[in-house]
Design a protein around this ligand. Structure first.
Ligand SMILES: Cc1ncc(COP(=O)(O)O)c(C=O)c1O
Length: 400
């Protein structure tokens, strides 16, 4: 069980049932968390927010004072983030960039391109010649490096260190680096290298990744100004109180920057920045018994909050008991200790949390799912079964 902040709890209690489900974000909590992350990082480490985790404009804006820029991974994100936080630096990454997207990014004056392949480099070189002839476009080839000692083994989502459509094998990335360094592409500037190898890594594993990437980059014999070591800091959905150890990570990065005073290091986390500031609140519609187990069906489901289905976990949650029952028919209630919380979809995959300790849970009670601020609404299949969409509430207790 994970308690909502007082502001979130009050808002959830105040909403009529017809306005549930709802996403409720605590922007003050987000700012506090982002400030703590920023404080834990050495000054020479740049912090970019991976907008794919949650691109709501209010979230992007609230993060503004604590981040150096935003990482975008599509033409859609580029236009959206560019509009939401105008003038802020953008790094354009992601596989399969189209010529139209690259042209739009050049015209927008994007600060960095994370180049995913040799083909993409050739495309970018030609489009930069055509559409950005007056400047040299900053490029960081993305490398898919193996990391020694099983550092990626704990990852829930490895994108590197093994065959993958992301980035380039070290040998190919080296060729791309060399072609940029020897001036083969006069409209491009080799700024550094980029690697995002996995998500769901603890601080110690992240440091192994950072050291591996920096070692590789500095062994190339080419002058580099920046190394971007990616995002992927873990969020523990089973034990939400155990947060990523930003202090240990920051100290490790400080050692790395001291050893390489010529380099700017950059990280681009998404999930670990915004997961904690969002809640998905709903109400219990029905409680039933099936083959020895109990189920509560809640308004909404994984078409709004797909995270537990994609990651295979139980979304942490807490119950807000509601005493009033407005209907003339009896109110169903759980009889046992444990209950499974399912959504309204006609599929057995629509389960938000299993074996939740909620004795006596009744129809009409409210359930608030935590850690719903990242990869939640924006990765979900909203249209399936045509249920109404949730409401969105951005609470900002520091400005009232
Ligand atoms: C290139 C890149 N950078 C950063 C991230 C953010 O990862 P996370 O949200 O796990 O921190 C991702 C996630 O897929 C990514 O692909």
């Amino acid at each position: 069980m994970t308690e909502p902040t007082p502001a979130v709890r009050d808002r959830v209690r105040s909403l009529p049932a017809t306005e549930l489900p709802a996403y409720v974000y605590d922007l003050a909590a987000l700012r506090e968390h982002a400030a703590a992350v920023r404080d834990a990082l050495p000054e020479r480490v740049e912090l970019y927010y991976a907008a794919k985790a949650n691109p709501e404009p209010e979230i992007l804006t609230a993060l503004g004072p604590y981040v150096d820029g935003y990482e975008v991974s599509s033409g859609g994100e580029l236009a959206h983030v560019g509009g939401a936080v105008p003038g802020r630096p953008l790094a354009f990454g992601g596989p399969g960039k189209t010529p139209d997207e690259v042209t739009a990014a050049l015209e927008r004056g994007v600060d960095r391109f994370h180049v995913e392949s040799e083909y993409e480099l050739r495309m970018l070189a030609e489009l930069a010649r055509r559409y950005a002839p007056a400047r040299r476009v900053a490029v960081l080839p993305r490398v898919n490096l193996p990391v020694p000692n099983g550092a990626l083994a704990g990852s829930s989502l490895a994108m590197g260190g093994r065959p993958a459509p992301f980035g380039m094998d070290p040998g190919r990335a080296f060729e791309v680096v060399r072609s940029l360094a020897d001036g083969s592409h006069p409209h491009l500037e080799l700024r550094g290298v980029h690697a995002h190898l996995a998500s769901g890594l603890a601080a110690e594993e992240q440091l192994a990744v950072a050291e591996t990437v920096v070692d590789w980059a500095t062994s190339l014999g080419v002058r580099l100004a920046e190394v971007n070591v990616g995002g992927g800091m873990t969020v523990d959905y089973a034990r939400p109180e155990r947060r990523f150890d930003w202090a240990a990570y920051g100290s490790g990065l400080a050692r790395l920057t001291e050893a390489h005073p010529e380099l700017t290091l950059r990280i681009e986390p998404g999930r670990a920045l915004t997961a904690y500031c969002g809640w998905y609140a709903t109400e219990v519609l029905d409680v039933k018994h099936s083959h020895g187990e109990e189920f509560a069906v809640v308004r909404g489901g994984t078409h709004h909050l797909r995270t537990p289905a994609t990651k295979g976990h139980d979304q942490p949650c807490s119950v807000l008991a509601v005493e009033s029952w407005p209907h003339p028919w009896p109110r169903p209630a759980a009889e046992g200790e444990w209950i499974t919380l399912a959504g309204q979809l006609c599929t057995p995959k629509d389960v938000l949390a299993r074996r939740v300790p909620a004795p006596g849970l009744r129809a009409g009670d409210r359930v608030v799912f935590a850690l719903a601020g990242a990869y939640a609404w924006n990765i979900s299949h909203h249209e399936f079964l045509m249920h109404p969409q949730p409401g969105f509430h951005f609470l900002d207790t520091t400005s009232v």
